[in-house]
Ligand binder design. Structure first.
Ligand code: HEM
Length: 183
């Protein structure tokens, strides 16, 4: 039987302080990203063009977008991208992005799709980072912030599954043990 783990106590937006310390994000790195906020904003429309072009090209992803207000989605995803360069990565930042993750959980979208779209985001984010006075350090900072988003998207999906299973079996500890195959 596996042991209980302290990481099991870390939930929702409190993953922030844990991950920021795990990734060792410094205030210098946050400032380098913030300095590119305007550049990110002007790159956002190109980013969202590529983003939705890819999603519309594939039947299984295009299906989710039929009849959706695309102008609004372009603007929301553009804002999400621009905020990667906001320089402020606090609980509110994480909470807002967790809610975005939850919206995708609720439309029944498999997590592999948002995660694989990080490829497009990475490409445009790196091109923004290249315009920095210190491209190498900024790129490293951008990778950290993007890794934080991978964690947030996953967290939204995991929280949802764990909640459902916990309700079904009558407790989170048992749900965790079932998921790890130890009972
Ligand atoms: C990293 C990847 C992704 C990001 C950052 C992202 C971001 C967003 C944001 C910011 C919104 C608006 C949320 C709101 O209303 O407050 C949204 C909504 C939506 N996204 Fe995504 N998205 C991603 C991947 C995907 C993928 C792969 C699909 C599937 C085709 C998708 C389909 C949708 C749909 C259908 C909505 C509208 C939901 C509704 O209000 O009915 N998204 N997304």
């Amino acid at each position: 039987m596996s042991e209980d783990r302290s990481s099991w106590q870390v939930k929702g937006s409190s993953i922030l302080s844990e991950l920021v310390s795990l990734m060792d994000l410094s205030s210098d790195e946050a400032a380098l990203l913030k300095a590119l906020s305007a550049q990110a904003k002007s790159t956002a429309p190109q980013m969202t063009e590529s983003f939705y072009e890819r999603l519309f090209k594939h039947e299984n992803t295009a299906e989710y977008l039929q009849g959706k207000p695309m102008e609004r989605l372009h603007s929301m995803v553009g804002e999400w991208f621009t905020e990667l360069f906001s320089g402020t990565y606090d609980e509110q930042y994480v909470q807002k992005r967790l809610i975005i993750g939850e919206i995708h959980v609720r439309i029944g979208l498999p997590v592999r799709y948002p995660l694989s779209m990080l490829d497009v985001i990475m490409q445009f984010g790196e091109s923004v980072a290249q315009t920095s006075t210190d491209p190498e350090k900024t790129n490293a900072a951008f990778r950290k912030i993007l890794a934080l988003d991978v964690a947030i998207f996953n967290q939204a999906y995991e929280d949802n599954q764990l909640n459902h299973l916990s309700n079904l079996v009558g407790g989170e500890r048992l749900a965790r043990r079932l998921l790890s195959g130890s009972v």
